[in-house]
Design a protein around this ligand. Structure first.
Ligand SMILES: Nc1ncnc2c1ncn2[C@@H]1O[C@H](COP(=O)(O)OP(=O)(O)OP(=O)(O)O)[C@@H](O)[C@H]1O
Ligand SMILES: Nc1ncnc2c1ncn2[C@@H]1O[C@H](COP(=O)(O)OP(=O)(O)OP(=O)(O)O)[C@@H](O)[C@H]1O
Lengths: 216, 216
C-alpha cells in the first residue's frame, strides 16, 4: 500500500491527512508547531515536529521512503519553496504543493513540484459560479468555460418530460444524470417526467448553464 | 443585475470578488486592513475599509442593499460570527460564510447564515481522493461515496472499443463523457475506440472508480 507524508498541518493539510487515513492509508504528519503535532498525534498514524526546510531533519524521518509528500505550508512562500527544493534534492518521487497565486505555482513547478493546487483560489471561483447561477449547487470544470453542473430543477420544468423541455435546442445543454432523493437516473430517457425535488446534472457551456439556471 | 459584497479580502475572498467581476457583476469589497483595501481598489468595483463586526459601519455602506453578502473572514471565528449576526440584524437577504469546522458551520447556520462553505476542508478531501486514485484528475461528489470523476485512460484500454472494455460489468461505472484534446464526446457509442490521450468522465461509486483508476 502507498504511504503518504503531509507537511504543514493547517486546515488544508489536516483535511488531506485525515481523508487519506479514512481511506485506509498510513500518513506521517509533520509540522514545526509542537502544539499542533501533539493535538493530532491520536488521529494521524505517525507525527513529527520539525522544520521542513531543514534537509537533515527530513532525512532523519526517511522522507524519501514515502511515495507521495504533500507540502501544505501556506502563508510563508519561502518556507514552501525551500521545503519543495529539499524534498526533490532527497529524491522524493512525487511532491504536491499548495500555494496562493499562479506566479507562485509556476515557480514551484520550475523547482520540481510534480503537482500544485490553489485551494482558496479554486474554492473562490466555485462559490462565485454558484452565486451567479441561482440554482447551481456544485460544478466540475472540464475546460475553461465548459463544465458539468449540479443544479436545482427550474419550477417551470416540473410536470413536463425531458423531451417536452427541449433543453438541448433551447440551451445547448445535455442532461447526464437526474437525482431524486437517493436515486440516480443516468442518461434519462426522453419521456422522463420531472418532479419538484429533482436535481439535474448537466453538461454544457457555463454561460448556457447559467441561462438555464435563471429559468424560474 | 444582482449586486454582491465580499467581506474579508484574503485569498478566498479575493478569488470570489474577482471571479464575480470577471462574470460582469459589480462588487463591494470590505476589509479592516487598509493596506489590502488600497491594493485592491483598482480591481474591485468599490472598496471600503471598516470593521465588519460594527453594525453602524455596515449601515453606513448600506450593506442591506446588496442581494448577497459573502463573509470570508477566516482565522478569527468570533469576528466571523459577529459579522454574520450583524448582517442578519440589518436584514441582508442572503449571507454566505466560510469557516473551518463542521461545528462552526452548524453555529453559523443557527445564527442565520444562509449557506456555509469549508474551502480548505473540501479542497483537502478532493486532493486526497485524487492522490489515492492514480489517474484521477478531478471529481464532483453527488452524494457521499458516489461521484462523477475525471480520470486518465488506463493504458490497457487504449486501442479497444468502449463495448470491448465492458466497464459497466467489470467496474459498475458509466462513461458519461470522453475528452480528447479540445473535443468532448458525450454519451459515447459502444464502438468508440479509445486513444492514449483520452480523459474519461465516469459516474459510479468512489470505491469502484478507484478500482478502475488502479488499472494500468
Ligand atoms: N517550515 C515549516 N516546517 C513545518 N511546518 C511548517 C513550516 N512552515 C509552516 N508550517 C506549518 O504549516 C501549517 C500551515 O501553514 P499556514 O498556517 O501558514 O498556512 P495556511 O495556508 O494559512 O494554512 P491553512 O489554510 O491550511 O489553514 C501551519 O500549521 C504551520 O505550523
Ligand atoms: N472584523 C473584520 N472586518 C473586516 N475584515 C476582516 C475582519 N476580520 C478579518 N478581516 C479580514 O478578512 C481577511 C481574511 O481573514 P484571515 O486572513 O483571518 O482568514 P484566512 O482564512 O486565512 O483567509 P484566506 O484563507 O482567504 O487567505 C483578512 O484580509 C482580514 O483582514
Amino acid at each position: 500500500k502507498k504511504e503518504f507524508a503531509v507537511i504543514g498541518l493547517g486546515r488544508f493539510g489536516q483535511s488531506v491527512a485525515l481523508t487519506l487515513i479514512e481511506r485506509g492509508y498510513s500518513v506521517l504528519g509533520i509540522d514545526h508547531d509542537r502544539e499542533i503535532v501533539q493535538r493530532l498525534s491520536e488521529q494521524i498514524t505517525q507525527v513529527a515536529a520539525l522544520d521542513a526546510t531543514d534537509e537533515e531533519a527530513l532525512r532523519a524521518v526517511d522522507i524519501a521512503s514515502f511515495d507521495t509528500v504533500v507540502v501544505a505550508i501556506g502563508e510563508n512562500f519561502e518556507g514552501n519553496l525551500m521545503t519543495t527544493v529539499a524534498l526533490k534534492a532527497l529524491d522524493v518521487r512525487y511532491v504536491v504543493c499548495k500555494t496562493t497565486t499562479e506566479r507562485q505555482r509556476r515557480i514551484l513547478l520550475r523547482v520540481g513540484a510534480d503537482h500544485v493546487v490553489l485551494p482558496e483560489h479554486d474554492a473562490g471561483r466555485r462559490l462565485a459560479h454558484m452565486l451567479t447561477g441561482p440554482g447551481v449547487l456544485d460544478l466540475l470544470e472540464l475546460e475553461p468555460g465548459y463544465s458539468i453542473t449540479e443544479l436545482r430543477i427550474p419550477r417551470s420544468m416540473v410536470g413536463h418530460t425531458l423531451i417536452e423541455t427541449n433543453l438541448r435546442h433551447r440551451f445547448g445543454v445535455t442532461v447526464l444524470v437526474i437525482k431524486r432523493e437517493q436515486t440516480l437516473t443516468v442518461s434519462p430517457s426522453a419521456n422522463y417526467m420531472f418532479a419538484s425535488n429533482d436535481l439535474l446534472v448537466v453538461l454544457g457551456k457555463n454561460a448556457d448553464i447559467a441561462r438555464l439556471s435563471e429559468l424560474t
